[in-house]
Design a protein around this ligand. Structure first.
Ligand SMILES: [Fe+2]
Length: 311
């Protein structure tokens, strides 16, 4: 748990753990698009996404003196209610290290399901703070965007998860959420904070194939042009990346990490997490980022490289 230097806020970003086991599901739950996801899991994903790798990552987090952990979606494979419960227990277990904040990914809405039987399980880990002040006058959003102020940071969680046709893994921000993002980012209360946007699908189209894209990335970009954030964290690609989203005022760093449970059976896709240290000098913020990778031969996570982020 926490004992780091005053003024330094440390948080870890991981994504796409796909941590659930589908060993005991009934066939009746697969009589829809899920059958394809099940076959994919059975034939190759099960060999790549390993719980023991995720457990080693969590062990590594234990030694990082963290203030917070963010997880950018795809905790499940097929978005079954049982998987939400299994993932909730895992989220609960992280609290010994640092409080987690989670957002959903496309696998959480493999098919249309009720909020009550699925995402509600994770509510303690995305529930918004009441961040409004008298001058702001607008109510906090119900679910997403989720606004959570921790230390000098406001984490703004989005949900791009929406059911798609077979063979597509796209994401979409509905018009109400886009409207709310604009409202939230202009809240006076949030202006002193370092703004970190959490989104499963990368907001830059070139980072992902057409069938996996964020369908209305340009609408999000238009909002960010008016109200830029300081950092964007995403998952979905299962690859490590650093890019920039250019707005009139600043270039926003956009960081993606691979699946937290990937065992490296596909070269270049092995599990990593990113450790951020934010120094609040009182006048400005200084951010440093380090990648920690899974080394199969050593069966452990070790420092891999520094990410040269400009903010
Ligand atoms: Fe994923």
């Amino acid at each position: 748990m926490k004992s780091s230097q005053p003024g330094i806020f440390k948080f870890a970003h991981l994504s796409d753990p796909h941590l659930t086991s589908l060993q005991h599901i009934s066939w009746t739950t697969l009589l829809n698009k899920r059958i394809m996801g099940y076959i994919s899991w059975k034939t190759h994903r099960r060999a790549e996404h390993r719980r023991e790798v995720l457990d080693l990552l969590v062990d590594s987090l234990r030694h990082q003196d963290l203030d917070h952990i963010v997880i950018t979606g795809d905790l499940t494979h097929l978005g079954l209610p049982e998987e939400f419960t299994e993932a909730r227990l895992w989220l609960d277990s992280l609290k010994n290290i640092a409080e987690p904040t989670v957002i959903p990914g496309n696998h959480e809405t493999y098919i249309s399901t009720s909020y009550e039987s699925t995402l509600k399980e994770w509510e303690p880990y995305f529930r918004s703070d009441d961040v409004t002040s008298k001058s702001d006058r607008s109510p906090s959003p119900k679910n997403f965007p989720s606004l959570r102020i921790r230390g000098p940071v406001v984490f703004i969680g989005l949900s791009t998860a929406s059911p798609t046709l077979p063979f597509l893994a796209t994401g979409t921000l509905d018009s109400e959420q886009l409207r709310q993002i604009e409202t939230c980012l202009s809240l006076e209360t949030l202006q002193p904070y370092f703004k970190v946007l959490l989104i499963h699908h990368p907001p830059l189209p070139h980072l992902v194939s057409w069938r996996k894209r964020l369908t209305n990335a340009s609408q999000l970009q238009a909002v960010l042009n008016r109200h830029p954030v300081d950092l964007i964290l995403h998952g979905h690609t299962h690859k490590s990346s650093l890019a920039y989203l250019n707005t009139p005022d600043q270039a926003i760093p956009v960081v993606g990490v691979p699946s937290a449970s990937a065992n490296g059976s596909r070269p270049g896709y092995e599990s990593q997490y990113c450790l951020f240290s934010l120094n609040n000098t009182g006048k400005t913020f200084e951010l440093s980022a380090s990648l920690y990778s899974y080394f199969q031969e050593k069966e452990q996570f070790t420092f891999s490289r520094t990410l040269p982020i400009n903010i």
